[in-house]
Write a protein that binds this ligand. Structure first.
Ligand code: SF4
Length: 346
């Protein structure tokens, strides 16, 4: 029965809510294998055996928010705080460009010091120096005017996970001043402005149920994001959710495969969280339909401080300087690095 649903999802790219639920609840090993293979084949039909690389620069670990799952939440006094200077960020981009990267992802907490003037000047400078590169921002919620100014300055993509489609669960995971409605409004705004937009969620965060995951799938189906980032929840000991168990590898891979079949053209990373959960995580993600990896270009001395969760993989294949190791790892499962900037194409 679940096999029939999986085959239909592959053909039609959509299922009814109760069918998604059944697939998530009752997927046997045979269907799981079929879904992952179908997802990998779907990605291969679009992207060949190339895996896009994006150079990740974690620009700072200061954040005004207090999300309950996050190691750099404002109330974690033990978190080490840093903020890269624009010059250091430009140095990271220069290094990345030399290594072959054609997408830079600037990611960081919501730090008011990154005001619109500072940030647009930085984006404009990256655009000026490396005009053939895509610039992706992952800097949380900002005003409409700010998103517009950054787009005009040359940013092309924006990642903003919706975190959960369930407003109650969103409220349980976030401080009172954060609002689910505003998060969705930000995503709509980003789309309207013209960004290639990414969203997604953690798998296994406390309070999440199969029902809320079905809502997540339906929301993603409705939003039609160009990029989809999902990874397992990983606890951080200095947060209120520090004792909760990590998300399941199997469920993460199952969702990844479903999302690939739902959105064949989407850019879907094998996330660092997946690689942190399991040494096989990156490969398994790619073999479940992922087609992007995001090696870390941040200065090595700062990487450990950007600890949204503990034991984060930031070296080896997760590091920009580890591209040769990444190339070998991808080759072991029949893939290769694709250095193109890899924009979304319908
Ligand atoms: S998840 Fe993002 S917004 Fe929330 S505390 Fe962490 S860095 Fe800040």
């Amino acid at each position: 029965m679940t096999r029939e649903l999986a085959e239909r999802l592959r053909r039609e790219h959509t299922l009814r809510p109760e069918e998604y639920r059944r697939l998530l609840e009752a997927c046997d090993e045979e269907t799981f294998g079929y879904l992952r293979a179908a997802a990998a084949e779907t990605a291969r039909a679009r992207f060949g055996n190339g895996i896009y690389v994006r150079g990740l620069v974690e620009i700072g670990s200061r954040c005004r928010n207090d999300c309950r799952y996050c190691g750099i939440r404002r109330s974690n006094r033990r978190a080490e705080r840093y903020r890269l200077t624009p010059e250091t960020i430009l140095d990271c981009c220069r290094t990345g460009y030399g290594l072959g990267f054609r997408t830079f992802v600037l990611q960081g907490g919501e730090d008011p010091a990154w005001d619109d003037g500072t940030l647009t000047a930085l984006v404009a400078e990256i655009r000026r120096r490396w005009s053939d590169c895509a610039i992706t921002l992952s800097l949380g919620e900002r005003s409409v005017a700010s998103y517009e100014a950054l787009f005009r300055a040359g940013a092309t993509r924006y990642l903003l996970r919706h975190e959960t489609a369930d407003p109650q669960l969103y409220a349980a995971l976030h401080p009172a001043e954060m609002s689910h409605a505003r998060r969705l409004a930000c995503l709509e705004t980003l789309r309207r402005i013209g960004y290639q937009t990414g969203t997604g969620m953690m798998v296994g965060v406390p309070g999440q149920t199969i029902g809320t995951l079905v809502e997540d799938l339906l929301l993603i189906e409705r939003l039609r994001p160009q990029m989809i980032g999902i990874g397992p929840f990983l606890p951080h000991g200095d947060t209120p959710l520090g004792h909760a168990p990590a998300g399941s590898l199997r469920l993460t891979l199952l969702l990844l495969a479903i999302l690939r079949l739902m959105r064949p053209a989407a850019l879907i990373p094998a996330t660092t969280a997946l690689a942190t959960l399991s040494p096989e995580g990156r490969r398994l993600g790619i073999l479940s339909g992922a087609n992007v990896v995001m090696p870390n270009l941040s200065p090595a001395a700062q990487r450990a401080k950007y600890a949204i969760y503990e034991h984060k993989a930031a070296f080896g294949c997760e590091a920009a300087e580890g591209l040769a190791a990444l190339e070998r790892e991808l080759a072991s499962v029949g893939y290769r690095i694709d250095y193109a900037r890899g924009d979304y194409e319908e």
